[in-house]
Write a protein that binds this ligand. Sequence first.
Ligand code: TRP
Length: 338
Amino acid sequence: MATTFTPRVFSGIQPSGGLTLGNYLGAIKRFVDMQGAEFETIYCMVDLHAITVWQDPADLRKNTRELCAGFIASGIDPESSVLFNQSQVPEHTQLGWIFNTVARMGWLNRMTQFKDKAGKNRENSSVGLFAYPALMAADILVYHATHVPVGEDQKQHVELTRDIAAKFNHDYGVDFFPVTEPVIEGAATRVMSLRDGSKKMSKSDPSDMSRINMTDDADAIAQKIRKARTDPDALPSEVDGLKDRPEARNLVNIFAAMNDSTVEAVLADVGGKQFSEFKPLLADLAVAKLSPISSEMARLMEHQDEIDKILARGAERARALAAPILKQTYEIVGMVGA
Ligand code: TRP
């Protein structure tokens, strides 16, 4: 009979740069929504993943704390969720090593994120970048997490996590690791560039006008929305009318996601309006939702000791969950002294 596992959510974000509206609507806001009675929630700043490509140490420290501030300012409660940075919980790396021996070269060779990040320069990319998905599987499975909210781009890694769990269970003849479910973001939460509706909103886009940063103040947010690229037509009243209009679709998606509404409901309301009328509505909504977050982030960033205390406490709670699972894994594998 299959073991039943406690419903437990795990997800991680790399502290490798500034946070954008894409991180907020695509990830953090959903993490906040999953907090509560149904699941235990564990959220991690994956600093060990970040260094698989070069990170300046001072930037890494700042980005880790800023990500923590972003989580809390957005509504992650460090009491009801376990909130911590990965490197303070060595069990991730320890289980990651075991999984390096379970995952096959052929599996990792197929990972599209590795191919994209390594590019033509495969020989010169770090071993860590190649082994990245095995550590990610360890992040998830060291808690026996059952649900993993991620973007579409991480689906392949969660499937690999399932393959690793299944192979481990099979090879050692146990029913120990759960087969984790990815919880993939809906289309409405995929936020695209404000300058080009076919590209994902990204912290690495050279144009700052292409994105809303979670640290932007009210004026910057309003200005970026005012200047966002659109087409000359009025908004449609039906979803079908957004076909082949990526910029229009993106702005309506952002409106719906921020308003906890649906694209259908938004269009029923604003269909027929010109962008000159719609943009101020969107700007007001974005400012109302985001500027309290950015000002709370700024306040928290002035209290680094508070942030560091929260992370240390979160790591302690995470270790209490992870240590027994790692110990049992070592026993299963045959490590003397486990
Ligand atoms: N690879 C994820 C990303 O780049 C981050 C990540 C690391 C993660 N470990 C994880 C996400 C575990 C979910 C679960 O977005």
